[in-house]
Design a protein around this ligand. Structure first.
Ligand SMILES: Nc1nc2c(c(=O)[nH]1)N[C@H]1C(S)=C(S)[C@@H](COP(=O)(O)OP(=O)(O)OC[C@H]3O[C@@H](n4cnc5c(=O)[nH]c(N)nc54)[C@H](O)[C@@H]3O)O[C@H]1N2
Ligand SMILES: Nc1nc2c(c(=O)[nH]1)N[C@H]1C(S)=C(S)[C@@H](COP(=O)(O)OP(=O)(O)OC[C@H]3O[C@@H](n4cnc5c(=O)[nH]c(N)nc54)[C@H](O)[C@@H]3O)O[C@H]1N2
Ligand SMILES: [Mo]
Length: 764
């Protein structure tokens, strides 16, 4: 009984374990989809809502950023997309009466799961900790006008605009994101951290340096045409289920698939396509080769593959290297020095597996490499992704149909938000365009990213924190440090659809500003509005909600930013904030003049299916890097160093969660039910520590400065992960990730390589 749920929380965490599954999707997934949706929405709303997901006249699924094909199915969504929709379109409500009954201390004692289950927030709420007459302050209803007045008061009281931080999570539309960055810069700061800082920042850093564009270079069509698809550090069966259809289709056309992962993920083993009758019953094996790599071994693996390609006569695309690349000599020298013994130690693989992968690479003209958090959240993440790029450059596999880089994005519009200028280190050209269009001088010095924002709050250098969505305190590393930092703020503002921990851990004053979600109908002065989003492959399209909003008091995200800007900037701003709120086409007009690729935005977005943004490397093999060519790079090979007796922990997602939003307590494909406090450990590693399956252990992280962090009471699950590795769910394990443990260059928290020891739980 070591895993005690928070007091008063009816959610019991009592994990039950059975064997992991070997196939994803199929019939059970359909049942789960409908049951989950109907629990939240009822039968009629379920049908009305799910049939609009990802349709050309409907809304963009708030789940992942996987693109829609041109021919859409009637049901163009997956089990986990349906859960994301149900979570938002729920009929449950969080009203002022709820806040009267649950003071902040009570909210802080609840699990994230419980908080999320309470429903949609219906009114703006204010918590003023200095204002309590007697006893504990509670959230009270507040008018929108007063709410914006408070924000204006606090922002104007700052010594410098850089004492404010404006965070964005990746569900925010292009229109709202553009307005938020415009407001922050007019106010005077580039402090625009976003969830991307914790997500694909490493991909952006690596791709910008090597290819000149920090985004993926493939379309859905490319995947369908590929000869070889390498999926490294990604679990599509859970996190991008619609990607499995693309893999299945590629496979049917003859592609081979290699997965590189410390875990055997069910979705990559076999896929039962729910869209076809045959797929439902039998399913298709997807994996041709599974490289069960040690956590953090990917750079070493790709370095060795590169050496082997270099040594194979005729394997290098000489013409491409000659014409389009820079830095080949230095890279070839570094790759030539790769050593088998070191590679095998770093990867935990055997030589035959790597040689088999090499054969498949050599046999393929059109290779795509897909990756996600398994590559991006390590100290050497940027170097790892650059090594992946080296391989594709050697093979001339960039800017060729059926080939390229495919960082699979997380949040449904995280890529679009960055395109719109949500970035603490904006390019000078972007700021120039902003200056020209709006006639003010945007700040030129860099702002704070997520980790630096936490430090600034901790050290009293930032005093106002504003979040456009997300759940900052739960999503970020080093929970205790972060929560203490947040509590030092003068004002914290959360623009949210649902309750989460960031509403319980606040500054001296706190505002909850409830907003419309993707599924909600958005009507403004000029009539019904739609917003736009960009998917993982650079496709921009419209999203239109069709549901009656959860309450008449909700404002859309663009309206919230526009009204905040008017309250804060007042007469000093020449920007037409009111027109922006009234008609989002006016925002798009401005975007079309500031952001390259969006020329004629309003006309092009009106076409069904939207349009694709230009991508120089993909479209014309042009590489807008500092050298004007695609850059080979030659970083020293690294892998995480794990002291004797310790394990390397990755913190990952279960099947029943969306980041910090927990839908349920099961992780079906991995055979876990009714609980989340589990740690997956190789049976041999567990036995060496005297831990039977079912024992309870504390996870104790050891950081290089000698500090320790503890997460108590995890049920040990004997699991076929790579030796020396462990896995447990985030956000529960964020207490273990030191704030200073980040990736070089990108500063992304290294939440996939945490050195831990397991201690038998005291109370087990
Ligand atoms: N249903 C659902 N969908 C989601 C999300 C969600 O929470 N739920 N989150 C969204 C977001 S924001 C994101 S960023 C994506 C995340 O999508 P993923 O990156 O797939 O998410 P994780 O669960 O973090 O899984 C990481 C995968 O990498 C593997 N891995 C860990 N370390 C290593 C390593 O060192 N090397 C290799 N090769 N593999 C490794 C893990 O075993 C796991 O399979 O999904 C998006 N979609
Ligand atoms: N240890 C560890 N930590 C991680 C990760 C990991 O793998 N391991 N992954 C990282 C990654 S990849 C990411 S992307 C971050 C995620 O970090 P965030 O994006 O900050 O977190 P989410 O859990 O996605 O945010 C969920 C909240 O968003 C709000 N919300 C939902 N829809 C809307 C909307 O339409 N509008 C508004 N305004 N609000 C909305 C709801 O209130 C909900 O509670 O976490 C990171 N943290
Ligand atoms: Mo993410």
């Amino acid at each position: 009984m070591a895993s005690k749920p928070p007091q008063g929380d009816p959610v019991q965490d009592a994990p039950q374990v059975s064997a992991p599954q070997h196939a994803a999707a199929g019939l059970p997934a359909i049942g789960h989809t409908l049951r989950a949706a109907q629990r939240q929405m009822g039968v009629r709303r379920t049908a009305r809502t799910l049939l609009k997901v990802n349709q050309k006249d409907g809304f963009d699924c708030p789940g992942c950023a996987w693109p829609e094909g041109d021919k859409r199915h009637v049901a163009e969504f997956c089990e986990n997309g349906a859960k994301a929709v149900a979570e938002e379109a729920t009929l449950r409500r969080v009203t002022p009466a709820f806040f009267a009954a649950h003071p902040p201390a009570d909210l802080a004692s609840r699990s994230g799961y419980w908080l999320g289950q309470q429903g949609r927030i219906t009114q703006p709420m204010l918590l003023d900790k200095g204002d309590a007459a007697a006893g504990e302050a509670r959230y009270e209803p507040v008018s929108w006008e007063r709410a914006f007045g408070i924000i204006a008061e606090e922002l104007r009281a700052l010594d410098s605009p850089d004492e404010a931080v404006f965070y964005t999570s990746g569900r925010t539309s292009n229109e709202a994101a553009f307005l938020l960055q415009l407001f922050a810069r007019e106010f005077g700061t580039n402090n625009l951290p976003d969830c991307s800082n914790m997500c694909h920042e490493s991909s952006g850093s690596a791709l910008t340096q090597t290819l000149g564009v920090g985004k993926g270079s493939v379309s859905l069509e490319d995947l369908h045409q590929a000869d070889l698809i390498i999926v490294a550090g990604q679990n599509p069966g859970t996190n991008h289920p619609r990607m499995l259809s693309a893999l299945e289709r590629a496979k049917a056309a003859g592609a081979k698939i290699v997965s590189v992962n410390p875990l055997p993920e069910a979705g990559l083993e076999r896929f039962k396509n729910p869209q076809t009758a045959r797929g439902l019953v039998k399913g298709a094996a997807l994996n041709d080769l599974f490289l069960q790599i040690r956590i953090g071994g990917d750079q070493a693996l790709f370095r060795m593959l590169n050496k082997l390609v270099l040594e194979t006569p005729g394997a290098v695309d000489e013409a491409f290297v000659q014409e389009h690349t820079h830095g080949f000599e230095a890279f070839a020298a570094a790759a030539g020095a790769a050593d088998w013994a070191e590679t095998l130690a770093a990867t935990g693989l055997d030589r035959s597996g790597i040689e088999r992968a090499l054969e498949m690479i050599l046999a393929s003209r059109r290779t795509v490499v897909c990756w996600a958090m398994g590559l991006t959240q390590h100290k050497h993440a940027v170097a790892t992704i650059r090594e992946v790029v080296n391989l594709l450059l050697l093979r001339g596999a960039i800017g060729r149909p059926g080939a390229g880089v495919c960082p699979v994005r997380g949040h449904s519009n995280v890529q679009g938000d960055r395109t719109m200028g949500i970035f603490e280190r904006p390019a000078p050209a972007f700021l120039d365009a902003l200056e020209k269009e709006f006639g003010f001088a945007p700040p030129r010095h860099h702002g704070l990213d997520v980790v630096r924002s936490i430090r600034a709050l901790r050290d009293g250098e930032a005093k106002v924190f504003f979040a456009m969505g997300g759940n900052f305190v739960a999503a970020t590393p080093d929970t205790e440090v972060t929560e203490a930092a947040m509590r030092r703020a003068r004002l914290t503002v959360q623009v949210s659809t649902k309750l989460n921990r960031s509403h319980a851990v606040t500054g001296a004053r706190a505002l909850i500003l409830p907003t419309l979600g993707r599924t909600d109908k958005d009507v403004q002065a000029a009539g019904r509005q739609f917003v736009t989003v960009e998917d993982s492959m650079g496709m921009v399209h419209a999203s239109r909600g069709n549901l009656t909003p959860a309450s008449p008091h909700l404002l859309s995200e663009p309206a919230i930013v526009a009204r905040m800007a008017r309250a804060v900037l007042g007469e000093s701003s020449a920007t037409p904030w009111e027109e922006f709120e009234n008609d989002y086409a006016v925002i798009r007009d401005r975007i079309s003049r500031v952001v390259p690729g969006f020329e004629d935005f309003n006309a092009r977005i009106a076409r069904p299916g939207g349009f694709t943004l230009p991508h120089a490397p993909r479209d014309e093999r042009r590489f807008p890097t500092t050298t004007g060519k695609a850059n080979f790079t030659a970083a020293p090979v690294e892998c995480p160093q794990v002291p004797e007796g310790r394990l390397l922990l990755q913190t990952l997602r279960s099947h029943d969660q969306y980041n910090t939003t927990v839908y349920g307590l099961d992780d079906r494909y991995r055979g876990i039910r009714s609980g989340r406090r589990v740690v997956l450990v190789h049976p041999e590693d567990a036995r060496e520590r005297g831990l039977a399956d079912g024992a309870y252990a504390d996870l104790v992280s050891e950081w290089r400065d000698g500090t320790e962090r503890r997460a108590p009471g995890f049920r040990v699950v004997h699991y076929p992960t790579a030796r020396g590795c462990a896995a447990a769910y985030y956000p529960e394990t964020n207490v273990l990730v030191p704030l200073d443990s980040t990736a070089d260059t990108s500063n992304t928290p290294a939440s996939k390589s945490v050195v831990i020891r397991l201690e038998q739980s005291a109370s087990a």
